[in-house]
Design a protein around this ligand. Structure first.
Ligand code: ZN
Length: 427
């Protein structure tokens, strides 16, 4: 009985490693090959629309396509033998491009070509020296690439290390902020300062607790106190908040919000948080509250090129995020694009400056549309957008912000009522 089960597991695992994984890798590589046939300027955009995954994923495929183009022989043999995956190609890209940061723009192309020329045969030889089936170990490839690069361009790799020591960045994923300090010394310095502050606070808390033995509240951990010290420094409460949070909330009296609120940057908030932020917006000198009309029909249509502020905000509430397939950039950080070109920029077109002809696009996707690589059209005043890609592929996106369901409902109710052939529109 046990043997049978073990056999079954072995069969499954065999099937996965011999058939499924190579199939996935092969399909990924076909996608990479297809990407090399598309417009270079819009590859990330295209990969995102194709895969509908994250931007990071699309960038990975773009890098892989770049390497496939630059190192054709390596790409062909490695994908035939499924030795390298998209991640390996992305690794080759990033290990090379890491060193181009310090190179003056006018020399980047030459330096890259000479690095490519050395890396491609070296990786091919290395693959030959490490025969076997399956994909190669990621860390081994990384180490080998770094060794090749340090060997052929020692001055350059030193300059990169110096530049990286001076670089810092901060990223966010959900409620996690990751701060990368320029170097370990800086990170340790900040951490030590926070630890010292946290220790003092914990000592005080412990004293308070010991003096009140009947109440024994649980003390926070040192890590929790350190985080709070840092958040306090940054202004972690609505009154001292130094950043802008855009919120959309329903109102029944035209003045006060009720229920949950939506923020394009965060998503839906609980009622308490929504109340707290709304009251901060009312009392803080930088706070601002605007009331959107019930219907998009009540918004101004202008002859000007620029969309009026209230129209922009109403479109953010309707769209939620960038309208390009797969993109998640919050509408509040998007550019306001005329779906059909405005006569101000294109004399052959007469796209109105109205909410019906406004779509939120992040700078990257706005560019892809302006360049004409991707085309957009809306059959229903901006609620639905039909996209056509560089190879003629078609995608549709729908407005998904907090007001979209209401606008859609209103449009449906209106279209159900018998109306004259040409319904008069308020302009
Ligand atoms: Zn976008």
């Amino acid at each position: 009985m046990t043997t049978t089960l073990e056999d079954r597991h072995r069969q499954i695992s065999d099937h996965i490693s011999k058939s499924i994984i190579p199939l996935i890798n092969t399909m990924d590589m076909s996608l990479v090959a297809a990407l090399t046939t598309t417009d270079r300027a819009a590859r990330t955009t295209t990969a995102l629309a194709w895969r509908g995954r994250t931007r990071a994923d699309a960038v990975r495929f773009t890098h892989a396509a770049d390497i496939a183009e630059r190192m054709g022989d390596l790409f062909t043999t490695a994908s035939e033998r499924t030795r390298l995956t998209v991640d390996h190609l992305d690794l080759i890209w990033s290990r090379i491009h890491r060193h181009l940061v310090t190179v003056p723009a006018s020399l980047v192309s030459d330096v890259r070509t000479s690095l490519d020329t050395a890396v491609e045969p070296a990786v091919s030889d290395w693959l030959d020296d490490h025969p076997g089936t399956g994909t190669v170990n990621f860390a081994d490839l990384r180490d080998h690439l770094d060794l090749i690069l340090a060997d052929i361009a020692p001055g350059l790799t030193n300059a990169t290390a110096r530049a990286e020591r001076e670089a810092a960045n901060l990223t966010r994923r959900g409620n996690v902020l990751t701060l990368t300090c320029g170097d370990t010394i800086m990170a340790a310095g900040i951490d030590n300062a926070l630890t010292d502050r946290a220790k003092n606070i914990l000592t005080d808390l412990r004293k308070i607790r010991d003096n009140n033995p009947e109440s024994t509240p649980e003390l926070p951990t040192r890590a929790e106190v350190k985080a709070q010290v840092l958040l306090d420094l940054l202004g972690d409460n609505p009154d001292s908040l130094a950043v802008t949070v855009n919120l959309f909330r329903t109102t029944t009296d035209g003045v006060h919000g009720t229920g949950t609120a939506y923020s394009p940057d965060i998503g839906w908030l609980d009622v308490d948080t929504a109340d707290r932020l709304e009251s901060a917006a009312r009392t803080s000198p930088n706070g601002r509250i605007r009331t959107l009309p019930d219907s998009p029909d009540d918004l101004t249509v202008t002859e000007a090129y620029k969309f009026p502020v209230l129209v922009q905000i109403a479109a953010e509430a309707r769209d939620g995020h960038c309208r390009f397939p797969g993109c998640t950039v919050p509408a509040t950080r998007c550019e306001k694009d005329h779906i059909e070109n405005s006569p101000h920029t294109d004399p052959t077109s007469d796209g109105a400056t109205s909410i019906d002809n406004l779509e939120n696009l992040c700078p990257e996707h706005h560019r892809a549309k302006t360049l004409g690589i991707w085309k957009a059209a809306s059959p229903d005043r901006g609620l639905t957008i039909h996209w056509t890609g560089p190879l003629g592929e078609k995608y549709t996106t729908y407005a998904s912000g907090p007001t979209a369901p209401y606008i859609r409902l209103r449009a449906e109710t209106q279209s159900e009522e018998p109306e004259p052939e040409d319904p008069p529109r308020q302009e």
